[in-house]
Design a protein around this ligand. Structure first.
Ligand SMILES: [Mn+2]
Length: 319
C-alpha cells in the first residue's frame, strides 16, 4: 500500500490575527493558509460585500457598449455566441436576458461539444446568413483570430468577451473584453459569466445614466448574480479573490431566494431546500452540461419556462 506523507502547514502564531479578532480559531488558521496574515485584510475579505467595481475601467468596454447600443437602438439582430459548459451557458443566459430587457433583438448560439472550444467559422457565416450583424461572444473567442477575420469579411461586427488566457495575437474584433490582458485594469481571475456580468453592468449603467425612462422596469442588477455565482463556482474560479467571493456571496443569497424558477428546480432536484444552498451550488455535473446545452439554445432563453422539464430530465438522469 502506498505510504502517504502528510505535510501540515504551520499553526498560526498566537499573536497578530488572533488578538482582538472575533474569528473562530479554525477560520483564522484557514485565512492564514490562504495568505491573509494581516488581520485588517482578513476582516475586509470576510466582511466586504460592496460591488462598486466600475465596468468601464475594463479595456475596450466603452467601444463595446457603444456598438451594442447602436444595435439596440435600431433593433439590429444580435447573436450571443456562448460555450457549452456551465460557465458558458450561464454567461449566455446572463447577456441574452440583459440585451432583451434593454429592448434588443438578440438570440443565443451555443456550440455542440463536438465543435470544441472557440468560435467556428461555419457557425459565424450561418449567423451572418440568418441576419445577425453583431456577434457578442461570452466565455469564448479569445484565440479565434482566423474565425473573427472570416466573420468580419462576412459583414459581422464582433465583440469578444472571454476570460481564457490570451494567445500570441488578439482576434481582430471590434472590442476585446478580457481581464487577462495586461493592459486591462481590475481583477483578472473572473469567470466567463463574471466578464459577461461586467458587460451587462456597463450596459445597464449606461442606460441608467443616459435614458433612465427606458431602464428595464423592475430589473435589479442582483437578478443576474445567481448566474454569476453558478458560473464562477462551476468554472472553479478562486474564491480567495475578493471580487469572486463578493459575487458568489450575493449570488448564493439570490439563489436561496428562489427568484429564478430554473435555478430553484435545480436546487430542489439536488434536495437543497431554499435557504440552505450554501455548499456546492446546484448540480451540473460535466456530463450533463453538454446534454443540457444541446437540448437547446432553448435552455438559456427558456430557462425559467423549462424548469419543470429540467426537473424531470434531471431525475431521469439521476442528478
Ligand atoms: Mn469559462
Amino acid at each position: 500500500m502506498m505510504q502517504k506523507r502528510w505535510v501540515l502547514v504551520e499553526s498560526t502564531p498566537d499573536e497578530g490575527m488572533v488578538r482582538g479578532s472575533s474569528f473562530n480559531p479554525a477560520l483564522i488558521q484557514i485565512l492564514c493558509n490562504r495568505g491573509f496574515a494581516d488581520p485588517q485584510a482578513a476582516q475586509q475579505f470576510i466582511h466586504s460585500r460592496d460591488l462598486n467595481e466600475d465596468p468601464f475601467a475594463m479595456k475596450d468596454m466603452r467601444p463595446a457598449v457603444e456598438r451594442i447600443n447602436r444595435a439596440l437602438a435600431s433593433r439590429e439582430p444580435i447573436a450571443v455566441y456562448g460555450d457549452y459548459d456551465a460557465d458558458g451557458v450561464c454567461a449566455t443566459t446572463l447577456l441574452l436576458t440583459t440585451l432583451r430587457k434593454l429592448g434588443g433583438n438578440a438570440k443565443a448560439h451555443i456550440p455542440h461539444r463536438d465543435d470544441g472550444y472557440g468560435l467556428s467559422e461555419a457557425a459565424l457565416l450561418q449567423l451572418a446568413e440568418d441576419g445577425a450583424r453583431l456577434v457578442v461572444t461570452v466565455d469564448c473567442g479569445i484565440r479565434s483570430v482566423a474565425e473573427v477575420a472570416a466573420g468580419n469579411a462576412a459583414g459581422l461586427d464582433i465583440i469578444i468577451s472571454d476570460h481564457h488566457s490570451i494567445g500570441a495575437a488578439l482576434p481582430p474584433a471590434l472590442a476585446v473584453i478580457n481581464p487577462r490582458q495586461i493592459d486591462c485594469p481590475g481583477e483578472e481571475r473572473l469567470s466567463g459569466t463574471g466578464v459577461a456580468f461586467m458587460l451587462a453592468l456597463a450596459l445597464l449603467k449606461d442606460r441608467w445614466a443616459k435614458d433612465r425612462d427606458n431602464f428595464p422596469p423592475g430589473l435589479r442588477v442582483s437578478d443576474l448574480l445567481d448566474l454569476v455565482a453558478l458560473g464562477t463556482v462551476a468554472d472553479v474560479m478562486p474564491l480567495n479573490v475578493s471580487l469572486n467571493r463578493r459575487l458568489v456571496a450575493h449570488g448564493l443569497a439570490v439563489i436561496n431566494q428562489g427568484r429564478r424558477p430554473g435555478m430553484a428546480a435545480l436546487a430542489a432536484v439536488a434536495r437543497l431546500p431554499a435557504g440552505e444552498n450554501n455548499g456546492g451550488g446546484p448540480r451540473l455535473p460535466p456530463g450533463a452540461r453538454p446534454t443540457i446545452a444541446r437540448r437547446g439554445a432553448a435552455w438559456p432563453s427558456g430557462w425559467d419556462r423549462a424548469s419543470m422539464r429540467l426537473d424531470g430530465w434531471a431525475r431521469r438522469n439521476r442528478l
